[in-house]
Design a binder for this molecule. Structure first.
Ligand SMILES: [Zn+2]
Length: 254
């Protein structure tokens, strides 16, 4: 974790809280209890979150369900830590406020940084991450997280990670969801989304059989659907983390 934290601060210029406590739970039940007790959540809410998220960041605290990660490869673990620490950085940038920043940028950035961290650590080659995400969507296995990642990838390609940093900083003093977006990226949210979806549709069609053509469903909503996780009964290792990053309400970021 210190290595990943150093990368986030040193290479990506992301601020992290001075203190961060990590709670690791051996079982699903213990994890749900921990979220309720230490995370100050209603019991039902904690059980619900524990059902789909194996990691949760909440105000200088990170909750991890180790039981669900047993048998997962090292890349899954490191990716989860990098993803959650990026959420910590987002909170820091916004002065501890969650604000009304776009859910897809929060999750997309967390996955994007995680990809770069794994790349940097030599654990996994991040160059194929984009193709992987496109394939998942083509095969109907993609969740909102794949689309969020691809959209954020376009955003960073065009405007740089520093613009995303500026975007999150803006929420420290303003809750102007649309204004903060256009000030940080020089384009309206609507214009960017329309443009990026066009680009994704083109990318999806490329190298695909015509009858299997499928465009991503547009979302400019600020919340992911509750069922944006993978619903497949089979959950191979690389799907585990995706289940871990399902969006949450005001309790924290998963
Ligand atoms: Zn997340």
């Amino acid at each position: 974790m210190p290595t990943i934290a150093r990368l986030l601060v040193g290479e990506f210029g992301l601020p992290l809280p001075a203190r961060l406590t990590v709670f690791v739970y051996p079982t699903h039940v213990a994890y749900a209890e921990g979220l309720a007790k230490l995370g100050h959540m209603r019991t039902e809410r904690a059980a619900q979150i524990a059902g789909y998220a194996i990691g949760l960041y909440q105000r200088e605290r990170l909750f991890i369900n180790d039981g669900a990660l047993r048998g997962a490869c090292v890349a899954v673990w490191l990716g989860l830590i990098a993803h959650e620490l990026t959420h910590a950085a987002q909170y820091e940038l916004s002065s501890g406020r969650r604000g009304r920043s776009e859910q897809w940028i929060r999750e997309g950035m967390a996955d994007w940084v995680a990809m770069r961290v794994l790349d940097r650590l030599g654990v996994r080659d991040g160059r194929h991450r984009r193709d992987q995400a496109l394939n998942e969507i083509r095969q109907d296995r993609g969740s909102s997280y794949e689309i969020a990642f691809l959209m954020t990838d376009v955003l960073i390609e065009r405007h740089g990670l520093e613009s995303i940093v500026a975007y999150f900083r803006a929420f420290a003093t303003s809750d102007d969801r649309f204004g903060n977006f256009s000030r940080a990226f020089g384009v309206s949210l609507e214009a960017f989304a329309g443009n990026a979806f066009e680009r994704l549709s083109t990318d999806l069609e490329r190298g695909e059989k015509p009858e299997a053509k499928r465009s991503p469903e547009p979302f400019i909503t600020n919340e992911f659907a509750r069922d944006s996780r993978v619903r497949s009964p089979h959950r191979p290792a690389h799907h585990v983390r995706r289940a871990a990053v399902t969006a949450l309400g005001p309790d924290g970021l998963a």
